[in-house]
Design a protein around this ligand. Structure first.
Ligand SMILES: C[S@@+](CC[C@H](N)C(=O)[O-])C[C@H]1O[C@@H](n2cnc3c(N)ncnc32)[C@H](O)[C@@H]1O
Length: 496
């Protein structure tokens, strides 16, 4: 039945481009902002050739009811009876049909996929079920963007859900294991794999239990990281583990499942207690990393106060307002008891040392919150390469190297004063680079401007020293940490 449905969906051009073409730019944009009516209107106006596509969009994306003959027209190969028997469609009390699952096209810019999940709470009345299988959410997309897409042999998608991460892994991993505690999630992930002509090894179980004793080149996980009381209300969101212990366990246990040189990329949340707001989250997460022996880049992307945090999670389960308020109240009381000031939300990337590597663990924990500073696979890979370069390159080697400055902007902060604008601060920024910003003074900005891959850094520093009438060695000593920081942030790099 799944293969027959795949044929029908393909025949109707039920793809990201097909749907975008049907809806048109404006209704498509409105739909992606959560507005349904203009998309429905666009499907009403479909040409006869696009009728099958319009019916599929109405059923699977817009939650509309369709008469049996129209559904049969759109899915002639799978057949309406088989789709109802397999819980893809359901018969309404009016005898019409509606979707029992969300099946949607999803693209990565190169390939087009179909993803099967449960219907969103916005489409169906009432709270979602305990074993509700979440569709593609913002955390799914954030993780998929950040994954290092280098070809590897074995990958693990821990907490696979609808299979969205495994879908993306398929292009660059020879073998994929997906795990989940939710049997329904594994069934829907299997349907996602099959609809896309893929095959994954899907296993039930919690955390790393289903892969005990196994190692992977790449581990990705968008787990139920939500910090809470330990209640298990919804499987997609709650781990049943109190506080941030799920994130802690995943981070502590990852090293036993990484091949040398392997990478783990994990979405995680961590508790920030009252009085610790000033960056002490780093100590908490550093404690989780302490005995792992792994290199790490931990990025806190957001910090949410308790009410914002709890509201985020109580709003997506579709519960009646009184129930959401009751649950939120219990949650907030628990946060207060635990002295929680808020929750840090971010991404943890772990890298196991290669077999031939003797470098001590290099662990960087930082806050990068700019909307245009999201992590991407190439940026994550480049970050680890730059950190290794810095470790392997002594100061003398650095002074002998020809460095180039990446395309950056100089940003100045100025205040109006009695003599016109007074510059009070300046920084260089590499646009699009996460955390790729460096405060500069007059000398370091001159140094960055001079790094064009033509002369060794040491020579450039001597030149600057004579222009500014200062000692060359003293300037080199002051400049080297800035140069290292600039390299770490991808602002400077060694020219070929
Ligand atoms: C937020 S969803 C993420 C789904 C998907 N990977 C994504 O990126 O959108 C978390 C998934 O983890 C599963 N899960 C819950 N507890 C788990 C555990 N202890 N071990 C493994 N998976 C778990 C849930 O059933 C759910 O499918």
């Amino acid at each position: 039945m799944v293969d027959a449905l795949a044929d029908d969906l393909r025949a109707a051009a039920y793809t990201t481009d097909g749907v975008a073409g049907l809806l048109g730019a404006e209704a498509g944009a409105a739909f992606s902002r959560g507005s349904w009516w203009s998309a429905l209107r666009a499907t009403d106006r479909a040409t006869p050739e696009r009728q099958a596509l319009a019916i599929l969009v109405r059923l699977f994306l817009l939650g509309a009811e369709e008469p049996r003959d129209r559904a049969a027209h759109a899915m002639p190969t799978a057949g309406v009876d088989a789709l109802v028997a397999n819980d893809v469609l359901e018969v309404t009390p009016h005898g019409t049909l509606r979707a029992a699952l969300d099946i949607r096209p999803h693209g990565d810019g190169v390939r087009d996929f179909l993803v099967v999940s449960d219907l969103d709470a916005a489409v169906r009345p009432g709270a979602v079920a305990f074993d509700h299988v979440l569709g593609i959410g913002s955390a799914s997309v954030t993780l998929a963007h950040a994954v290092v897409r280098e070809p590897v042999r074995r990958a693990l998608d821990l907490g696979t859900g609808c299979g969205i991460q495994a879908l993306h892994l398929d292009a660059h991993c020879d073998a994929i294991v997906g795990t989940d505690t939710n049997a329904r999630a594994l069934a829907l992930a299997a349907a996602t794999a099959r609809l896309n002509g893929m095959s994954w090894d899907l296993r039930p179980g919690s955390l790393f239990e289903p892969v005990a004793g196994e190692r992977f080149d790449l581990i990705v996980s968008n787990p139920p990281f939500v910090v809470g009381t330990g209640a298990l209300d919804y499987e997609y969101r709650d781990s049943g583990m109190a506080g941030d212990s799920l994130s802690e366990k995943l981070i502590r246990q990852a090293r036993d499942h990484l091949e040398p040189g392997g990478t783990a990329q994990i979405m995680a949340n961590w508790i920030v207690r009252r009085g610790d707001e000033d960056g002490a989250w780093r100590d908490r997460v550093r404690g989780w990393l302490a005995d792992t022996g792994l290199h790490a880049w931990v990025v806190q992307r957001e910090f949410a106060d308790p009410i914002s945090y709890v509201s985020l999670w109580t709003s997506d389960a579709g519960e009646p307002p009184e129930e959401a308020a009751r649950r939120g109240g219990v949650w907030l009381d628990w946060f207060a008891d635990q002295d929680i000031a808020g929750i840090g939300m971010g991404m943890v990337t772990l890298r196991a040392p290669r077999r031939d590597e003797s470098r001590p663990p290099d662990q960087v924990l930082e806050e990068i919150t700019g909307a245009d500073e999201g992590l991407t696979g190439p940026e994550v890979a480049a970050f680890f390469a730059r950190r290794e370069y810095l470790h392997d390159t002594g100061d003398d080697q650095l002074l002998a190297a020809r460095l180039s400055t990446a395309p950056v902007f100089l940003e100045e902060q100025s205040l109006p004063g009695p003599d016109g604008w007074q510059t009070v601060g300046a920084a260089v920024r590499r646009p699009g680079g996460p955390g790729a910003v460096l405060g500069v003074d007059e000398v370091s900005r001159a140094l960055l401007a001079g790094c064009r891959g033509e002369v060794p850094l040491g020579m450039l520093i001597d030149l600057l020293a004579s222009v500014h009438g200062v000692d060359g060695d003293a300037l080199a000593e002051a400049a080297l940490p800035v140069v290292r920081e600039a390299i770490s942030r991808g602002i400077l790099y060694e020219a070929e």
